[in-house]
Design a protein around this ligand. Structure first.
Ligand code: SF4
Ligand code: SF4
Length: 283
């Protein structure tokens, strides 16, 4: 079972939900994967011991210009504008290259070869008896999606897999949530929270992924998030109040369920509701 935890915007408590949900489930049954590769922070709460670090790269093209005819087909076929041919020069913009291989496949002279360009690392370990994986993108690297794809290859299918998604609704989030059995959207009852929730709901509807909402800091703001969820038949599966104890334990990197074990039951309840929702959506 793959459950992704996403939010339209950052800072809504997505990682808090992911880590506390994982810690509330039975050890041995669950795996946590942090796909927020630009700013992974699940490890701050789970404190895993990392036992394997793997460099991750994508293949980028290089040209043997001694045999190149400068026909320009490689530049034409590149959807990402990562190549250009100017007079007798073939330029490759590595940061734009998605490593799709189309240019080398379609070069009529077969003079394109590929080298590996590192874009980040994948760390594997465990904390509190929970298997943990995260992708860490190199600083300044724009290509998050291939690293997320590779990070998701570490999914242990027999387990309940919790994916901590990046914030927003752009490609890295889509790459994370696709293939999930369920997506939990974490939001706040504010105008920004609602706006970003609407965008995230639109994304999940297009992907056909069942969803539910967790409202964090539920006693601030107004009731528009509830009204919106009602109008769209989106179940609200948990509400967490604005709580000084939660904020303080967060700032010290301590999960709520460790600081206040009464929350374990609440997160177990959340998981049960997710299971029910998945059962309903599977008919
Ligand atoms: S397609 Fe091949 S031969 Fe044509 S310009 Fe590109 S590298 Fe050179
Ligand atoms: S590998 Fe794909 S993305 Fe990269 S330069 Fe070639 S065609 Fe463009």
């Amino acid at each position: 079972m793959i459950i992704s935890i996403a939010s339209g915007k950052g800072g809504t408590g997505k990682t808090t939900i992911a880590v506390n949900l994982v810690l509330s489930l039975q050890k041995g049954t669950v795996q946590l994967i942090d796909c927020d590769v630009e700013e992974p922070n699940s490890h701050l709460f789970l404190s895993p011991t990392i036992h394997q670090v793997t460099s991750m790269g994508i293949p980028v093209p290089r040209i043997d210009e001694s045999k190149c005819t400068y026909c320009g087909k490689c530049a034409k076929v590149c959807e990402y504008h990562a190549m250009t041919v100017i007079l007798k020069n073939v330029l490759v913009f590595d940061e734009l290259c998605h490593g799709c291989g189309a240019c080398s496949y379609l070069c009529p002279e077969k003079v394109i070869f590929e080298i590996e360009r590192e874009i980040g690392i994948i760390q594997e370990g465990s904390g509190n008896g929970i298997p943990f994986v995260n992708g860490v993108l190199n600083v300044g690297e724009p290509m998050a999606s291939p690293l997320i794809r590779k990070t998701k290859e570490k999914i242990q299918k027999e387990k309940i897999v919790i994916l901590d998604a990046p914030p927003g609704t752009a490609c890295p989030v889509i790459e994370t949530v696709k293939g999930s059995d369920f997506c939990l959207l974490v939001t706040e009852p504010t105008p920004f929270g609602l706006n970003d929730l609407e965008l995230a709901v639109g994304m999940l509807e297009r992907l056909g992924i069942p969803m539910g909402v967790v409202i964090n800091k539920a006693d601030i703001g107004d009731r528009k998030v509830w009204d919106y969820c009602d109008s769209r038949n989106i179940p609200i599966l948990m509400e967490i109040p604005m709580d000084r104890q939660i904020a303080e334990s967060y700032s010290r990197g301590i999960p709520i369920v460790v600081e206040n074990p009464s929350y374990i039951q609440k997160f177990e309840g959340l998981f049960e509701k997710i299971e029910n929702q998945i059962a309903v959506s599977n008919g």
